[in-house]
Design a binder for this molecule. Structure first.
Ligand SMILES: Cc1cc2nc3c(=O)[nH]c(=O)nc-3n(C[C@H](O)[C@H](O)[C@H](O)COP(=O)(O)OP(=O)(O)OC[C@H]3O[C@@H](n4cnc5c(N)ncnc54)[C@H](O)[C@@H]3O)c2cc1C
Length: 218
């Protein structure tokens, strides 16, 4: 029997600064033992414990999607002991991940429904996992309309910007990107807080299921 308290060894394969204020970084890990990837079978919405020997362990939502193979991704806000240590680590460094843990979004209940995803700030990580899962060619036909409302303080604080703008160009997902405010004269998306913007512009169709995730206000 597998010991659930033993982390799988992983290597940091990539580190990307995710926001303009550098408070968030996205870490891509690969499993040191390739067979561990199969044991770490997760569903969109779950989290894992990132484990740094001699430093500590932190729960972090899984930002990659189960349909993305060969790696797992996490986006981490630098706040205290372990997250600061992780932010200072380098590509190639070894650490551990333990899981997957927690509940996932009820994918069977979302099938044949319109799906509205609403997220704010860096809580968008597991929602990214969900969107990539739903847009996968093997899954897209299981869902009706997909609307995504995602807001951040400013354009530079939006996570996964390139992907957001790619999704915006697709016709099988409706993206509603908004920021609290911006001085950028070229900003072509929305401004205003997510709840206010959504309330004033949308009526939900029947048979719609919503998934919300937001971090604490700063
Ligand atoms: C299910 C789950 C999923 C999560 N997913 C994510 C995610 O996807 N991304 C993400 O970034 N975070 C996520 N978090 C939050 C993340 O787990 C925490 O931010 C992390 O555990 C903090 O660990 P740390 O060791 O860096 O901070 P700690 O050192 O434990 O500090 C925690 C807080 O206390 C403050 N603090 C520490 N010491 C002191 C002191 N002496 N005096 C005053 N204040 C102090 C720190 O500034 C910080 O704000 C998630 C949490 C849960 C439960």
């Amino acid at each position: 029997m597998e010991n659930p308290y033993l982390p799988y060894p992983v290597r940091i394969d990539d580190i990307e600064v995710a926001t303009e204020d550098k408070s968030l970084k996205t870490f891509t890990f690969v499993f040191v033992n390739p067979e561990d990837e199969e044991k770490f079978a997760y569903k969109a919405g779950q989290f894992a414990e990132l484990s740094i020997p001699g430093v500590g362990e932190i729960p972090i939502g899984i930002a990659s999607s189960p349909v993305e193979k060969g790696f797992v991704k996490f986006t981490v806000f630098r706040t205290g002991v372990v997250t600061t240590h992780l932010h200072n680590m380098k590509k190639g460094d070894l650490m551990g991940i333990r899981g997957p843990l927690g509940n996932w979004y009820p994918w069977d209940k979302l099938e044949n429904k319109n799906v509205v995803i609403i997220g704010g700030g860096f809580a968008f990580t597991t929602l990214r996992s969900s969107i990539v899962y739903m847009l996968d060619p093997a899954n897209r036909k299981k869902f009706k309309n997909i609307d995504v409302v995602y807001g951040a303080r400013s354009p530079g604080m939006l996570l996964y910007r390139e992907e957001l703008f790619d999704w915006e160009k697709r016709d099988d997902i409706n993206m509603h990107i908004t920021v609290d405010g911006t001085d950028d004269p070229d900003w072509k998306y929305h401004t205003g807080f997510v709840p206010r913007w959504w309330r004033t512009t949308h009526r939900l169709p029947m048979k719609t299921r919503m998934r919300l995730c937001a971090d604490r206000p700063s």
